[in-house]
Write a protein that binds this ligand. Structure first.
Ligand code: CP
Ligand code: NVA
Length: 349
């Protein structure tokens, strides 16, 4: 480790000198396994800096003249809006390709799409299904590709989440972070890797059927050995939530999964609902987080359907917790925009 990095750690934030060394220009942003702890911390710092500029009304349209393409094969509110607002703030143009409005996958392969869009755009966001699709896009595009969510990973969400935790808890290293529910999908996977990278104590608390894969747990453990992080998998809510700093959950059925799985998911995951009892084991000032959208009431079409079929009024989180004093979910949602801006700025500037 260079003396530069020692200084950086000592001060707890990026210095001008290291900022120059932290050159991410031209890099893809596909999963956090590809990024070092220092690079991840740099992106969190840059998000905070750009957030401050936005709040103070300081223009930062430094990427004027550039254009980005936004491919969404799944629906979105936060990610799409974040990319569009962030692009506009940075002075860039953007084109949104919706789940039905392009040739992708139906008449044109990802490899061909990458080679076409790479000629017109300076960067490409992709939200869709398997991780290998976004990796293929990145291989052939010739411009930075940002993963806006795949079945396996949701890396832009990670920078927002870590910025939010740092804003509320003042630090990241050493915190106890508990993920409850479906831990074998994009959110559980990404949070486990991110906590490992940043020296946090990650606990997946769920029915063992929903633990992250052995292969990914092994990778996270390898990272954890270097950073002082720990990875724990448990089906005990009390053990998991004891003294937790952060409790996080996500929907039990993700985009692209068939409706038939709801019954089994509810049976398997209801004991891992984030509710007042789970929070009672945690630290007094525990924070509740959720990437959103969340099923915490009957105000959604799916929420109503589930209520009619299974009699459940709230799912992965109770309305009491979602709306309660521990919840920081809307700060988290806002930070999607600041962090996506940082990721684009760092890889395009
Ligand atoms: N958290 C998140 O990715 O939200 P959207 O699906 O609305 O983009
Ligand atoms: N696991 C969820 C995350 C949504 C942001 C999904 O993939 O639908």
């Amino acid at each position: 480790m260079t003396s530069g990095f020692f200084l950086y750690r000592l001060k707890g934030k990026i210095t001008k000198k290291e900022e120059k060394n932290m050159d991410l220009k031209g890099r893809n942003f596909l999963k956090l396994l590809d990024y070092s702890p220092e690079e991840i911390t740099y992106l969190i710092d840059l998000s905070a800096e750009l957030k401050e500029k936005k709040k103070k009304g300081i223009l930062h349209d430094e990427l004027r003249g550039k254009n980005i393409a936004l491919i969404f094969e799944k629906t979105s509110t936060r990610t799409r809006c974040s990319f569009e607002v962030a692009a506009s703030d940075l002075g860039m143009g953007s084109t949104y390709l919706d789940p039905t409005g392009s040739q992708i996958g139906k008449k044109e392969s990802i490899r061909d799409t990458a080679r076409v869009l790479g000629r017109m755009y300076d960067g490409i966001e992709y939200r869709g299904f398997e991780q290998e699709i976004v990796e293929e896009l990145a291989k052939y595009a010739g411009v930075p590709v940002w993963n806006g969510l795949t079945n396996e990973f949701h890396p832009t969400q990670m920078i927002a989440d870590m910025l939010t935790i740092r804003e509320h808890c003042g630090t990241l290293k050493g915190l106890k972070f508990v993920y409850m529910g479906d831990a074998r999908y994009n959110m559980g996977n990404s949070l486990m890797v991110t906590c490992a990278k940043l020296g946090m104590h990650f606990v997946a608390c769920t029915n063992p059927k929903y633990y992250p894969s052995d292969e990914l747990v092994a990778k996270a453990n390898d990272v954890a050995k270097e950073t002082g992080a720990t990875i724990t998998l448990t089906d005990s809510v009390e053990e998991a939530c004891k003294d937790a700093d952060v409790i996080y959950t996500d929907v039990w059925v993700s985009m692209g999964e068939p409706d038939e799985v709801w019954k089994e998911r509810i049976e398997d995951l209801l004991p891992y609902q984030v509710n007042a009892k789970a929070l009672s084991y945690a630290k007094k000032d525990v924070k509740f987080m959720h990437c959103l959208p969340a099923f915490h009431d009957l105000e959604t079409k799916i929420g109503k359907e589930i209520y009619e079929k299974f009699g459940l009024k709230e799912m992965e989180v109770t309305d009491e917790v979602f709306e309660g004093e521990h919840s920081i979910v809307f700060d988290e949602a806002e930070n999607r925009m600041h962090s996506i801006k940082a990721i684009m700025y760092a890889t395009l500037k």
